[in-house]
Design a protein. Sequence first.
Length: 255
Amino acid sequence: MPEGDTVYQTGQRLAILVGKRLVRGELRHPRLSTVDLTGREVIGIRTYGKHIFVRFNRDLTLHNHLMMDGSWRILGPGARPNHQTRVILGTAESTALGINLKQLALVPTPEEDRLIAHLGPDLLDPTWSQTHAAQAIERLSREPDREIGQALLDQTTVAGIGNVYKSEICFLLGVSPYTAVSEVDLQEAVRLGHDLLLRNATTPNRTTTDNPRRRLWVYGSRTPCLRCGTRIQLTNQGEGLRERVTYHCPRCQPG
Ligand SMILES: [Zn+2]
């Protein structure tokens, strides 16, 4: 699943549409297939956690979520869609193709906030402050017995963390992803989340180690732990639809 920094970067790339009028605007979705956005001007892009909003003139917004495998591609004018394309936004200069997008909806722009009202604060909110951090800590601590790996992934506690940052934050905290929330320094967890996402929001090569030869501490690793040499463990955390892979070093991350 894309992490908050990927969504943020997608928003930055989509900004190429801003100020431009659509010469083609199609939504390939059962509920929206008759909508024609041709002639609309794109006036802004907003991202929040893993949600993307494309704003048009006359108070209209296209909401979408990348979920597990969604993406946006920016191509030249007149680019052709394929069978996975859900959105085509073409201007005279470029074409944005929304691939495998989920939760597609057209809403009046003033209703954007309603769609994200359930989410915790966005770690990449440009106005991020101590107030946002305090809200995230309060939401994380609501279920003190929950495993920290699960709590960090829950977008209603704090928005923007996926499997990669969940695993990396737990490593940097020195706790197993299975540790109860009540035993974790939540202030440090939120600080790390904000710091890591912000650092990676503007770079193409995500890193939490600043080591170009090994960009991440534990996520995706089949080799020994960078710190202690113990073999990194890959496990599935959570049940049913909430099951997600998680990586941790059993020695550096007890609990
Ligand atoms: Zn280790």
